[in-house]
Design a protein around this ligand. Structure first.
Ligand SMILES: Cc1cc2nc3c(=O)[nH]c(=O)nc-3n(C[C@H](O)[C@H](O)[C@H](O)COP(=O)(O)O)c2cc1C
Ligand SMILES: C=C(O[C@@H]1CC(C(=O)O)=C[C@@H](OP(=O)(O)O)[C@H]1O)C(=O)O
Length: 368
């Protein structure tokens, strides 16, 4: 599938070594002021070639608006954002045109279609996520009009795990270092770990944590399209993602119900909970508390070393390490996780508008 969302819907297109990648957004309401520099800001956070611990491919990732924005506002028509590829080096891939890199998408793409665009992994490359980030930056601007705040940060690299709860972190510090971890001391350790791994011609995984604040009560559908299910799908659709947990997640199983239940109380006009093991979602619907989750990314598949594999004929071959690759994806995955979060929330927000929800219920406390 090349599309995401029902109401705020995006399609993305483009291959890593084709002329361009981009996104078409359908369903964004008319009249939304758009700050184009905020779209560029997000693209800059994701682009390759940012530091020694990312792929050295150099892409400016400047975007062009081909439709849907006029005099600084959305027109209600499809919004087309295009990003040209300018630094593809396809010769790095000639030696694996008929070979399968272990744990990349080469084998499955070849088996599914009988051929593949092997240059840079074609459509399977995380280059596609530039389009998601551009579209997500529009969704973020829609959500900002109602005060929704979206944060992601690196909370783990290999064995180095930041134990500090997100409430105790200053999430505005995330972009002050190349790793995108808001704890400066931990960021330094993580940076060194990634750099050492790179020097050993290896790769390492990590975790990106997400925090969504001021999300209105009532987003999410009750049965299949639950808010956490859609968030999970959105995150699991990002390249190299192996796990998603929200709220208490897998650790919640170690608690008794009496410890895990989030006790309600009245806080002025709102009903709130004293704890938030639910992760801001109950019954698939946002309850107004922070939504928080963790996304696990595997170590990058393409290594700068030889690995045994097979070719299209099933013969034993060696896949040698070549080209420009990320030693660890999480620093660049932070804006992708934020973008996917924004796309999910914007979509549910518009779905609520469409079905005219019970707005009284959304203010949480019945008027007396
Ligand atoms: C930001 C980001 C950067 C990535 N960079 C690389 C890379 O340089 N080399 C690579 O082999 N995989 C990279 N990946 C992962 C591959 O795109 C991914 O492993 C591949 O599409 C196969 O999909 P799967 O791992 O989800 O099964 C990156 C992923 C992300 C999110
Ligand atoms: C180009 C980007 O990252 C690429 C993601 C990627 C992969 O296999 O996912 C492999 C590399 O591709 P290439 O060999 O074509 O440079 C990375 O550089 C990007 O994120 O914009």
């Amino acid at each position: 599938m090349n599309t995401y969302g029902h109401t705020f819907r995006i399609s993305t297109y483009g291959e890593s070594h084709g002329p361009a990648v981009g996104a078409v957004i359908d369903g964004c309401p008319a009249g939304l002021p758009i700050d184009l520099s905020l779209i560029q800001y997000e693209l800059d956070r994701r682009k390759p070639g940012q530091s020694r611990i990312t792929t050295q491919r150099r892409e400016p990732d400047e975007f062009e608006v081909l439709s849907g924005i006029f005099e600084g506002k959305t027109t209600g028509m499809p919004i087309h954002l295009m990003i040209r590829n300018t630094d593809a080096r396809s010769k790095d891939y000639s030696h694996i045109a008929d070979k399968f890199r272990p744990s990349h998408a080469d084998f499955t793409y070849q088996q599914k279609w009988g051929f593949r665009d092997y240059r840079g992994g074609g459509r399977s490359s995380a280059r596609e996520t530039a389009a998601r980030v551009a579209a997500g930056a529009v969704a973020k601007q829609l959500l900002a009009t109602m005060g929704v705040e979206i944060y992601a940060y690196v909370s783990q690299v290999g064995p180095l795990r930041l134990e500090t709860p997100y409430q105790e972190l200053d999430l505005r510090q995330t972009d002050t270092n190349a790793v995108r971890c808001p704890d400066a001391a931990m960021a330094e350790k993580m940076y060194d770990f990634i750099d050492e791994t790179r020097k050993k011609q290896d790769t390492v995984g990590g975790v990106v944590s997400g925090v969504l604040r001021n999300v209105p009560v009532g987003l999410g559908e009750p049965v299949f399209d639950k808010l956490h299910a859609e968030l999970g799908k959105a995150m699991l659709s990002i390249n190299a993602v192996k796990g998603f947990e929200y709220g208490s997640g897998f650790q919640g199983v170690e608690m008794y119900g009496s410890q895990h239940n989030d006790i309600f109380y009245r806080d002025g006009e709102r009903v709130r909970t004293r704890t938030n093991h639910s992760g801001g979602v109950q019954g698939g619907i946002s309850n107004g508390e922070d939504i928080y989750f963790r996304v696990a990314f595997k170590p990058v598949a393409t290594l700068m070393q030889d690995q045994p594999s097979v070719n299209q004929e099933g013969e034993d071959v060696t896949v040698s390490g070549k080209g420009r690759h990320d030693p660890c994806v999480v620093p660049r995955a932070v804006p992708i996780v934020e973008a996917m979060s924004a796309l999910v929330l914007a979509d549910f927000y518009l779905r609520n508008q469409a079905c005219q929800p019970n707005l009284a219920a959304q203010s949480a406390v019945a008027s007396e």
